[in-house]
Design a binder for this molecule. Structure first.
Ligand SMILES: [Zn+2]
Length: 306
């Protein structure tokens, strides 16, 4: 048996002092509090339970640095996205597996023990289907298994380039599915998952999914539902022009948002949206590194928590 001893630890019942944890392999066997360390214990300061990283696009680890340099004065999310599309012109499933494994190892090193992989890179470099619809999902599974991180796979449905079912642009060809193809992709992905993995579903955003498609894809998996919402001011304006409502407002009114949901970013909220989102039980999936990197804005965290 291996023993760990901590000056303090956050346990299910709250913070505790002088905590001794007995391990059997990778499993916690017992926890004692208010006890001194014994000879041979590995002694540490503070212990926290493993954290979940709610939002990853693992392949993007490979483009770190490509857009983080001074460019045009009007560079923003949308010019970053152009860099991302060019990067995708050459990425193979083997590349995805290697890059994603590196990202997952780095997550483990910083305390994340499970990752929500918002997985939207489904097609080959020309936009064609792989023979196995779960080809790139297998790359994600391989990365999770190689690194040891827990996986919540969130296959992304992405069918359009903008609100109202606008056609996709060429840079989006690796993401696109139709309804029938996506159902097959979800089933093929389910068959490849390790036993401790969770399968959710991810309509990419209200830009990429029509209301009819949104309703149709949600029953394909019974895990969490993740969607990008209100990351960009321009996105909010376009959503209002399309529907008369802001993205989070639209979802709250039309999509039965509850604890199963995670609204990624949720940066641009009115006070009313913030209050209703908090009351819904949904998670606001903040990505502070991304939001700082792209200058997106700041989530009203204090109001949401209060
Ligand atoms: Zn994202």
């Amino acid at each position: 048996m291996q023993h760990l001893w901590f000056e303090s630890a956050l346990l299910a019942e709250g913070w505790a002092l002088d905590v001794r944890i007995e391990l059997a392999g990778a499993t916690i066997q017992s926890i004692e509090t208010g006890v001194p360390a014994k000879r041979g214990d590995a002694k540490h300061g503070v212990a926290l339970p493993g954290l979940c990283n709610v939002h990853s696009h693992g392949f993007q680890r490979g483009m770190a640095g490509l857009s983080e340099r001074r460019g045009r004065p009007d560079d923003d999310f949308w010019s970053w996205r152009e860099v991302m599309y060019r990067f995708l012109d050459r990425l193979t499933p083997e590349d995805v597996a290697a890059i994603t494994a590196q990202a997952y190892v780095e997550m483990l090193e910083t305390g994340f023990t499970r990752v929500g992989e918002f997985h939207y890179l489904h097609n080959d470099v020309d936009g064609g289907r792989y023979a196995d619809p779960a080809e790139t999902a297998c790359a994600i599974v391989a990365a999770a298994e190689a690194s040891g991180i827990g996986l919540t796979l969130l296959p992304v449905f992405y069918a359009h380039g903008d609100f109202g079912g606008a056609p996709a642009v060429p840079g989006q060809r690796r993401f696109l599915s139709d309804m029938d193809g996506f159902a097959k992709l979800v089933e093929a992905s389910r068959a490849k998952l390790p036993a401790d993995a969770i399968l959710g579903i991810a309509p990419h955003s209200l830009r990429a999914v029509t209301p009819e498609e949104l309703a149709a894809i949600l029953p394909l998996a019974d895990g969490p539902i993740h969607i990008h919402a209100a990351e960009q001011a321009r996105e909010v304006e376009a959503c209002v022009a399309w529907s008369g409502a802001r993205p989070v407002e639209w979802l709250l009114e039309n999509a039965d948002v509850d604890r199963r949901w995670c609204l990624i970013h949720s940066t641009h909220l009115t006070d009313a949206e913030c209050d209703r989102l908090a009351a819904s039980g949904a998670v606001a999936g903040l990505c502070p590194v991304t939001e700082a990197n792209l200058g997106d804005g700041i989530f009203p965290a204090i109001r949401y928590l209060e």
